[in-house]
Design a protein around this ligand. Structure first.
Ligand code: AMP
Length: 108
């Protein structure tokens, strides 16, 4: 079981931002920006390669709600999901990093 599944089950604490029956958003423990939130499906999917389009539709709606609740929808934010060995993904449980709250350095 991943550490994120333990968070979903309440076995590990998190600073929750928003939750639905299917998804959970909480603050990253080692923030890389003023606002750094992780959005995850409660069901354990390894990474973006395991996503199906119908789930992504619901996940997108959830993330839009999260950025609204976090107050960064208008100021802007960056979504990142690491997938596979070359990405350096550390936690094998699909998650989107939501970064914002301040100007972010250009990546590309
Ligand atoms: P990734 O490299 O994309 O797999 O990112 C994993 C992220 O999970 C990192 O940004 C970590 O800081 C974050 N993280 C690891 N453990 C926890 C935790 N218990 N609560 C919140 N964030 C965590």
């Amino acid at each position: 079981m991943t550490i994120f599944s333990k968070i979903v089950r309440g076995e590990l604490p998190c600073k929750k931002v928003y939750e639905s029956d299917e998804f959970l958003a909480f603050y990253d423990i080692a923030p890389k920006a003023k606002v750094h939130i992780l959005a995850i499906p409660k069901r354990e999917l390894k990474d973006f390669n395991e996503i199906d389009p119908a789930l992504m539709e619901r996940f997108s709606a959830f993330i839009l709600k999260v950025v609204e609740v976090a107050g960064i929808k208008e100021s802007g934010y960056r979504l990142i999901t690491n997938t596979g060995a070359h990405s350096g993904q550390e936690v094998p449980h699909l998650h989107f990093h939501i970064l914002g709250g301040e100007p972010l350095g250009a990546l590309i």
